[in-house]
Design a protein around this ligand. Structure first.
Ligand SMILES: Nc1ncnc2c1ncn2[C@@H]1O[C@H](COP(=O)(O)OP(=O)(O)OP(=O)(O)O)[C@@H](O)[C@H]1O
Length: 324
């Protein structure tokens, strides 16, 4: 449905988006996740035809956004980070204006406006000035204008930024509902938000695609990400022998020798952390070595996000140091 190929955007000497390629299929809610300045808005502005690219292509249902903008844009509804609302108009007036600009008229325009006002729960404020609406309601007006023309794809740039917790819940519910009839792409720097709404997540870091998968698969992506810590009454040599013989442990660190035992941190690629805990327990018990404490931690999307986005920063810093 959407094909982004080798997209690059430079602002002068600065490369904001670098060789970005991905495909969006019909009928899912996609999350575009990345820290501030990662290049999310730049990519969305290019995908919606609001900004030119330095290199690369964007195709919306086969239409090139740069070469066939009219046909491509008809397929997209866009809520930019700063929605272009006219404060001295009412939602009803504003939607009529946007609908006409999108080529709708007469009964069809009226029918769509009524349907969208209902869908975005704006009916009771439709004749109030937009300047008098709360930020949450203004955001709904922004989403409403994106829905006019019944586009297949809805692109929302940071739709919940600046809203209070109740408004955030309402907008998220609305996005979930939109996902039933549209392909939705939303950007966010809030991991929990993407995790709560999206079926697929693109992680973007410093203008590059760091990962693209379902949230649950991303959690599996990090090798050796599940961690177990335990304290055992055993020497370093005994610990090395037991852990080396277990097979499913990728690395371990013997942290400190205390009066009450030796603290060990273990990393494993195995999904079933509980199974490893059991094996550790019985392996040390077989050698009459008592485990005094044990805790485990499964990697979550946050770990993946930090690892992928921080990892790049670290690499850059390390390069910087070695260059000096
Ligand atoms: N017009 C511009 N001129 C120069 N640099 C720009 C311009 N627009 C964006 N940038 C830079 O490009 C990078 C990516 O910006 P972009 O707004 O796409 O990121 P973002 O992921 O959407 O971040 P945020 O969540 O803060 O909006 C940033 O470093 C930003 O400062």
């Amino acid at each position: 449905m959407i094909k982004v190929e080798h997209l690059t955007k430079c602002y002068g000497d600065f490369t904001a988006v670098s060789d970005l390629s991905f495909e969006i299929d019909e009928g899912h809610v996609y999350g575009f996740l990345g820290p501030n300045g990662a290049g999310k808005s730049t990519t969305m502005n290019i995908m919606t035809g609001c900004l030119s690219a330095t290199e690369g292509h964007v195709r919306i249902e086969g239409y090139d956004i740069f070469e066939e903008p009219k046909q491509a844009k008809r397929k997209i509804g866009y809520l930019p980070e700063q929605p272009p609302l006219y404060m001295n108009e009412t939602p009803a007036e504003y939607l009529k204006f946007v609908g006409e600009a999108k080529g709708l008229k007469g009964g069809e325009l009226q029918r769509q406006i009524e349907e969208i006002l209902r869908q975005t729960k704006l009916e009771h404020v439709k004749d109030r000035l937009i300047s008098a609406l709360s930020k949450g309601y203004r955001q709904r007006v922004g989403i409403a204008q994106a829905l006019l023309g019944n586009p297949k794809v809805i692109i929302l740039d940071e739709p919940t930024v600046g809203l209070d917790p109740i408004q955030i819940i309402e907008i998220r519910d609305m996005i979930r509902q939109l996902g039933e009839n549209h392909t939705v792409i939303l950007s966010s720097h809030i991991l929990a938000e993407v995790q709560a709404i999206c079926e697929k997540v693109l992680i973007i870091s410093q203008g590059k695609l760091a990962a693209f998968d379902r949230p649950e698969n991303l959690e599996k992506l990090l090798l050796a990400s599940n961690a177990i810590s335990f304290t055992v009454e055993a020497s370093k040599e005994e610990i090395d022998e037991v852990l080396g013989g277990l097979g499913q442990i990728t690395e371990w660190e013997i942290q400190a020798k205390e009066d009450k035992g030796t603290m060990v941190s273990v990393k494993t690629e195995t999904e079933n952390v509980r199974d490893i805990c059991r094996k550790l327990f019985f392996s040390f018990a077989d050698k009459k070595k008592a485990i005094l404490e044990m805790s485990s931690k499964k990697a979550n999307l946050e770990d993946v996000f930090i690892e992928l986005t921080e990892g790049e920063k670290r690499e850059e810093e390390e390069c910087g140091v070695s260059e000096e």
